[in-house]
Design a protein around this ligand. Structure first.
Ligand code: G6P
Length: 372
């Protein structure tokens, strides 16, 4: 009903706008005196966390992209190998599991059947399991050794938005906790990362304020038949998520690629007028990667692509080549995905609305897939 949407035209628009609170509430009470405090993990003593040799993240859909983002952060901070696998692929390939493997499932609903079966399987094989979940008392947390809830509030729109940023926030908290316990980050570095995390809600507000621009862009592009998304490092899962959102909501063919893979195939798709979103890493934080992505932009532009860059405020290197630049506030590299995803969510939602589609209930999709 209109009342439930609190004055918003759709649940999705409401949920997109609630992302600052979704992150803030997920962090609330969990950062105390410069340390991460997660009482829910009391069963996982420091000794056990130091003994973990490998983390496998299992999830489906948008939740799996949150896992992919977190892989970069957890490996960098806690120096433990992280793999991310789709639950349905994991479950049926006889994965190698043991008590030193930690399986972290990510699920907004906590009811996705493929993820539930994968968690049960992992436990049967002797792995320890943690659930990142947005729904109190759901089945997956009940079947796991511990649960770290995201506090995004109920998500009604089928396409996941605020749960995604909350999942990344929760996974980052876990990664920083692990780093402290394992002694892989100095107290100063840990404090700096926690400060970055706590700054995310305000920065999300800044990105949301540009919604109108993205809306105009989407309206101009309402007849587009195919959109490509490029990203690198943590921008890669964001490219995948941007493409997923556009498929889900606007029924437009969309594909995300790792920017470095361009010359190994995807560049053959570029023809005059092809829209390409490029998630550009920060020139300050990612000095090695920024010029590589800018040169990718030059390459596709030379072949006629219409480039929409998502770049840090003040990054002038993209200006000569991009047809459009959507800005995100300055943030350390690992925190950029939390911001860069927002214009992509808005673009998909606005384009779907320009086409007259129902953004809360896209055709053929379910909010929670409770069958295998
Ligand atoms: C469905 C939804 C997606 C969601 C995925 C995983 O496909 O449409 O938006 O990302 O399930 O859901 P979960 O509840 O496990 O996060």
């Amino acid at each position: 009903s209109a009342a439930e949407k609190g004055g918003w035209s759709s649940f999705m628009r409401k949920e997109v706008s609630e992302q600052p609170e979704a992150v803030a509430n997920t962090l609330l009470g969990r950062i105390v005196d410069g340390a991460v405090v997660i009482p829910e993990l009391e069963d996982f003593g420091d000794e056990e966390l130091r003994g973990i040799r490998r983390i496998t993240v299992i999830a489906c859909g948008t939740a799996a992209y949150a896992g992919m983002v977190a892989k970069y952060a957890i490996e960098q901070w806690a120096r433990v190998p992280v793999e991310v696998e789709l639950s349905h692929e994991f479950r049926y390939r006889e994965p190698v599991l043991d008590p030193e493997t930690l399986v972290v499932s990510v699920s907004q609903s906590g009811e996705t059947m493929d993820t539930l079966m994968a968690v049960k399987y992992a436990r049967e094989q002797g792995a320890r399991t943690i659930s990142i979940c947005n729904t109190q008392g759901a089945t997956i947390p009940r079947e796991s050794d511990a649960v770290v809830y995201t506090h995004a509030g109920p998500e009604v729109a089928v396409a996941s938005t605020k749960a995604f940023v909350a999942q990344i926030a929760a996974l980052y908290l876990f990664g920083l906790h692990l780093a402290r316990v394992r002694g892989t980050l100095s107290p100063e570095k840990l404090a700096a990362q926690l400060a970055e995390l706590q700054a995310v809600p305000d920065k999300l507000q800044t990105v949301l304020a540009q919604g109108e621009r993205v809306g105009e862009l989407a309206h101009w592009m309402a007849d587009t038949r195919s959109v490509l998304f490029l990203g690198r490092h943590v921008g890669y899962p964001i490219a995948l998520e941007g493409a997923l959102k556009l498929k889900e909501l606007a029924y437009i063919h969309a594909e995300g690629f790792a920017a470095g893979e361009l010359k190994h195939g995807p560049i053959a798709l570029i023809e005059p007028g092809q829209p390409v979103f490029v998630v550009v890493p920060s020139p300050r934080g990612s000095a090695a990667l920024h010029p590589k992505v800018v040169s990718n932009i030059q390459e596709i532009r030379a072949r006629g692509a219409r480039v929409i860059a998502i770049a840090e405020a003040g990054d002038a290197a993209v200006l000569p080549y991009a047809d459009e630049v959507l800005r995100i506030p300055l943030a350390a590299p690992l925190f950029e995905p939390l911001l860069a995803v927002v214009p992509l969510q808005l673009f998909a939602m606005e384009l779907a609305q320009a086409k007259g589609l129902d953004v809360d209930q896209p055709r053929n999709l379910a909010k929670s897939v409770t069958v295998e």
